[in-house]
Write a protein that binds this ligand. Sequence first.
Ligand code: AKB
Length: 318
Amino acid sequence: MAEKILVIGACGQVGTELVENLQNIYGAANVVASDIRKSDNPVFQNGSFEMLNVLDKTQIAEVFGKYKPTIVYHLAALLSATAEANPKLGWELNMDGTFNIFDACLEYGVKRIFWPSSIAVFGPTTPAVLTPQSTILEPNTVYGITKLAGERYCEYYYNRYGLDVRSIRYPGLIGWKSLPGGGTTDYAVDIFHQALKTKSYTSFLDESTTLPMMHMEDAVRATLEITDAPAEKIKLRSSYNISGTSFNPEELAAEIRKHIPDFTLDYAIDHRQKIASSWPDSIDDAQARADWGWQEKYNLENLVINMLDNLGGLSLTE
Ligand code: AKB
């Protein structure tokens, strides 16, 4: 039977690029994108699009009933900074929304579901360097709390109901095709746009804040690889650590200066610093490598070249 793919929260930073990849793999006719509002990105002109609020069970039943998806990517969530601004909505959307989608997946016999966790499950008491897969999980943001509870529910739904959920803990994601919204790691995308426009950037995180980061191409590939891996390779039914690279704003700026020598970086630290300070510097992803063969392609150097190149800026050095 041909797969029917449903992407929920499709118009966000990951969804936009994931939908494009899925259309290339399965054919646009087999990919249904859904979100609470439609983005004008051209990718959504192909295939089907449905308005879908994950808190609306009637709407969920309509979409699942209409398309009978075999594989679901449930990406709808409030990210760290937005959830801190509205903790009740953060809890409701991230938790109730996830229950509603997991239950619909069970009811409609979905074969596999992908649900993203995040490095936000870690907190100030977690070992910060090469954070192990199994470690202290005491997040102090509402986003991190919902991601940790969500991970536990992934494992619970797998053990109790046999729902084949797969999950990875996304680091900060950096891509040129789509913009992030409401995260703490968003500076690492914005800096490229500003570097090209104004040759300057004001960072809301301080110079020594090292965070785990990943190029979007790697993140989308990890998402597809874990979702498509044979079930017996997925030994962890909570969520896998995955790692790309790690850097702080100063290191990122130094790399950008190799291509835009007069780029300047200033600092105006805001509330997001507290969130970032609670997250690790780097991640140990040995289990993802061993179980389903995870391997990143981008380090800081080729990530910066790729971003500037695709955003049209390498000509600045010529
Ligand atoms: C955020 O900053 O909230 C996200 C994340 C690390 O999950 N990018």
